[in-house]
Ligand binder design. Structure first.
Ligand code: ASP
Ligand code: MG
Length: 406
């Protein structure tokens, strides 16, 4: 007998037929003698719709009431799933975040989980009951409903799996696993059988949409065995595991990309101590996330250029802040280019292999693609290029690292 958390996303519970189908997948694990907790999203489109309604009635809304509204999508799917399971003869009960309870901080709209109570669910497990748990929601110290930020039910599932000490956390979705890159761009992309937590974290934060970044972070810290698999096809998915569990490690495991970048250049800033702090301090105070940064050496030892990237949605705010400090910083021009894409090659094998960057730069140069900014970490190399070349670059890199399917 095992203990399993199964999480189903919005498309997996998108209508009543799908809810019945998912109930069958839950029953299958239950019939194998497992204790099962099911974590659900809202039906696809519902959360967007609720967010839209909140924004229409109050653009600068009270986030407590935003949470009260947007958390309702998950309540509906959980109640329906418990009923669907009961119709199949499986004892099941729905659990809202506050009933579990999923404790969070009080940052409404993007709360963090601070603890998960397990007593209630564990005693129902003993009675042979399946727990159907609302993803995405929790309860603040004040007793009010919170939500965890968009895509947050992945995080609910992982946190619950960790708290229940589950053997596995299966994330069911509309794709059958994690791919070497986006199969819509590279049809010869391959499903990855096993990927390390670190690689998955980079893939998720570099734009691969299969898992919420925070959920991967939590799985890595709590050593939760994650599996990403399809609701609609009965195929093995991708396992997210420790490095030791991977026998044949590729040097590069995958290629991710993000179109959510804008490039900002401050031309002619002083080349002296305190300038970087003077630029990035105010941006950080305004919660503008800065990603890649390059500062050139100055030819004359006095003036240099500073280039960095921010999220596209933060672009206007960043400009406003930089305009505000123009007089103190005395820079020349402020250039903003949103027509860029960040492409990253990712792999833990990079730690022990030379020449990974060379392969990347060569492949891009052979296609005549200009690299605007480069940044690296131990297991990732990212380049910023013009968005016109995004697909060409991704295809070329996929081939260059030998990732194309036969
Ligand atoms: N329903 C929420 C959303 O759409 C949470 C989730 O699906 O993970 O963001
Ligand atoms: Mg999701």
């Amino acid at each position: 007998m095992g203990r399993i958390v199964q999480k189903f996303g919005g498309t997996s519970v998108g209508d009543l037929d799908r809810i019945r189908h998912v109930a069958g997948l839950v029953k299958r694990e239950y019939d194998r003698g497992n204790q099962v907790a099911v974590v659900l999203s809202a039906m696809s489109g519902i959360t967007n719709d609720l967010v839209g309604k909140v924004n229409s009635i109050s653009p600068l809304h009270d986030t407590r009431e935003y949470d009260a509204v947007v958390a309702t999508g998950e309540q509906v799917t959980c109640g329906l799933m418990a009923l669907a399971l009961q119709s199949l003869g499986v004892p099941a009960r729905s659990w809202m975040g506050w009933q579990v309870p999923i404790h969070t901080d009080d940052v409404h709209g993007k709360a963090r989980i601070t603890g998960v109570g397990t007593e209630g669910i564990l005693s129902r497990f003993d009675e042979g009951q399946v727990a159907v748990v609302a993803g995405f929601q929790g309860i603040a110290p004040s007793g009010r409903i919170t939500t965890l930020g968009r895509g947050g039910s992945d995080t609910t599932a992982v946190a619950l799996a960790a708290a229940l000490d589950a053997d596995r956390c299966d994330i069911y979705t509309d794709v059958d696993g994690v791919y070497t890159t986006d199969p819509r761009i590279v049809p010869r992309a391959q499903k990855i059988d096993r990927i390390t937590y670190e690689e998955m974290l980079e893939m998720a934060s570099q734009g691969a949409k299969v898992l919420q970044t925070r959920a991967v972070e939590l799985a890595m810290n709590q050593r939760v065995r994650l599996q990403v698999l399809s609701t609609f096809e009965d195929l093995p998915g991708t396992l997210v595991v420790d490095e030791e569990e991977i026998v044949e490690q590729q040097v590069v495991s995958g290629i991710a990309y993000s179109r959510d970048e804008a490039k900002v250049t401050l031309v002619g800033v002083d080349d002296q101590p305190g300038v970087a702090a003077g630029i990035f301090g105010p941006l950080s105070d305004a919660s503008v996330n800065v990603d890649m940064i390059v500062q050139n050496v100055s030819g004359d030892g006095r003036r240099t250029d500073m280039t960095f990237t921010v999220g596209k949605t933060d672009k206007d705010r960043a400009v406003q802040i930089l305009e505000g400090i123009r007089d103190t910083l005395e820079y020349g021009d402020l250039n903003v280019d949103p027509a860029v894409v960040k492409v990253s090659v990712i792999g833990v094998g990079m730690r022990s292999h030379a020449g990974v960057a060379k392969t990347m730069f060569q492949a891009l140069s052979e296609k005549g693609i200009n690299i605007q900014v480069i940044s690296t970490s131990e297991i990732k190399i990212s380049v910023l290029i013009s968005e016109d070349y995004a697909e060409l670059a991704i295809r070329a890199l996929h081939t260059a690292y030998g990732l194309d399917a036969e």
